[in-house]
Design a protein around this ligand. Structure first.
Ligand SMILES: [Ca+2]
Length: 504
């Protein structure tokens, strides 16, 4: 049930500061310290395959993200935000339903979301449309149109993306000149064929100059469409939910030359975890290989640096596009009445462990960037280092804008952290690769269980070994830790809820 809200006032803020958190404030009390968000718009900016190690405000000294860094000064940046699945479809199917992968029944890219979800599951566009929002999406939201036809029908406007059968919304708000580019050969139908694998390698396994100017790029155009829609929303005064997608830095790692030229590969450090993966560390990847770039092979050290530089170029290009949208939000006078979420859909390995993809249960896959700005939020500009999970997104949006949410959600609204980012919160985060391979991460350790294969479990001491290179599962000195982590994994997410919530 949603907390009764009151407009924040200076007295309430003073009370929190004086309380000093010696006693955990009531959840409703904390959330009530936020401004009244129940009439606000919602803007989502979703970015594909985005390593949390890359934005400047996340501590990267090389990758340039001036717009995101500036946005971070007016938002909460979540430093410990974790996805629940190892790749796109299951991660999105989780954070866009509020269900974990073993409940959504989607844990790989081949499982069709709308055929798998438990009956009665509703997603943000459906909930928000029912609540009177004008719902608009630009580019990808769910993994594919085919996997979410019913859910996509809830969008009043679909731009720059396929339309589900029966959708009858308006045509494109902007018309763009055609782009001259080398024709892309169509994908072979049989996804298990050798021809399909070769096609995928041709289209994904490359990096560098895209050969296009920004104005010709889909991601730039998505940002332009967003600006046009924001202008329309400002004029019509519709209460809106708008999702804007950026397809970079997903492979191929190509961007307009001006962004590629920002980085000198010689200045890029080697990947921080060695490319040779011992079988005792992490078994599955040895047989699968990298499916996105450097497919089934390893780059030379020089190629690795070039690819990382190209990934940074893609991130800087995305940053520029996001800046365009955020500036328009200001220009149209909507920033003061719009909650903004900027987020990846999962992380990406940039050569650590020799991985150049997602699909692992390691930190590079499971951690993703997340910023949230509630206009005039009392803690804006701060960093939240508490654990949040992407499955918390639906409950959070629901609490902020006042939705009636289903009772079976498996996340927890982190709205209280938007008022006070230091509030003691979740004790652990959880992610699965499938029904048998799972991980739990606490502040000090990550612990994985593998249902099959030669290595049944992996334990990493994240204080001493943040890049997870030394499996301590069989180290007698860590026997008790292993037992505790195994118990926590078995007990699951409810056992890791904040004490203030768990005791209710
Ligand atoms: Ca993705």
């Amino acid at each position: 049930m949603r907390a009764t809200r009151v407009k924040s006032d200076s007295m309430a803020l003073v009370l929190t500061v004086c309380a000093g958190l010696a006693v955990l404030p009531e959840r409703a009390f904390t959330a009530a310290l936020l401004p009244d968000t129940t009439k606000m718009n919602v803007l989502f900016i979703l970015v594909e395959d985005w390593s949390a190690n890359t934005p400047g405000c996340y501590g990267n000294p090389i990758c340039k993200t001036p717009n995101l860094d500036r946005f971070a000064t007016s938002a909460i940046r979540f430093d410990s935000a974790y996805v629940q699945a190892v790749c796109c479809n299951p991660s999105r199917s989780s954070f866009l339903t509020g269900l974990r992968p073993l409940t959504s029944r989607v844990w790989n890219n081949g499982q069709e979301m709308d055929k798998s979800l438990p009956p009665g599951t509703v997603t943000p566009p459906e909930m928000l449309k029912k609540s009177g929002f004008h719902t608009a999406v630009i580019g990808k939201f769910f993994h594919t149109v085919e996997y979410a036809e019913k859910q996509l029908l809830a969008f009043d406007r679909i731009e720059s993306y396929g339309k589900p059968p029966g959708w009858e919304g308006p045509g494109p708000i902007l018309k763009f000149p055609p782009v001259k580019r080398a024709p892309r050969d169509p994908a072979p139908k049989d996804k298990n064929s050798k021809e399909y694998r070769e096609w995928r390698a041709r289209n994904s396994d490359r990096y560098g100059d895209s050969g296009l100017v920004p104005e010709e790029e889909g991601d730039y155009r998505n940002a332009q469409i967003a600006c046009a829609l924001l202008k329309e929303f400002a004029q019509t005064k519709k209460r809106f939910f708008l999702s804007v997608h950026q397809s970079r830095p997903h492979t191929p790692l190509i961007a307009p030359k001006k962004y590629v030229d920002m980085y000198d590969p010689a200045q890029i450090p080697d990947p921080p975890a060695p490319p040779v993966v011992e079988e005792s560390l992490y078994p599955r990847r040895l047989t699968v290989g990298n499916p996105d770039i450097f497919i089934r092979r390893q780059p030379t050290p020089r190629q690795a640096k070039e690819a990382i530089a190209a990934y940074y170029a893609c991130v800087s290009f995305v940053d520029s596009n996001i800046g365009m949208v955020l500036d328009e939000l200001e220009r149209q006078g909507l920033a003061g009445n719009t909650i903004v979420f900027i987020m990846g859909d999962h992380g990406f390995h940039l050569g650590d462990h020799g991985f150049w993809s997602k699909y692992s249960m390691l930190e590079s896959t499971r951690r993703a960037p997340l910023w949230v700005r509630v206009p005039d939020g009392p803690a804006n500009g701060q960093v939240c280092r508490e654990f949040v999970e992407f499955v918390d997104l639906v409950p959070t949006v629901g609490e902020l804008v006042g939705l009636d949410l289903p009772s079976n959600l498996e996340g927890l609204s982190f709205a209280p952290l938007l008022a006070n980012p230091s509030l003691p919160w979740k004790k652990a985060v959880f992610l699965v690769e499938n029904e048998s391979n799972q991980v739990v991460r606490t502040r000090g350790f990550s612990y994985m269980e593998f249902g099959k294969g030669p290595v049944p479990a992996a334990l990493f001491d994240l204080e001493k070994d943040p890049w997870e290179t030394l499996n301590l599962a069989d180290d007698p000195a860590y026997a008790q830790t292993r037992q505790e982590m195994a118990q926590l994994l078995k007990a699951g997410w409810k056992a890791a809820l904040p004490d203030s919530i768990a005791s209710k």
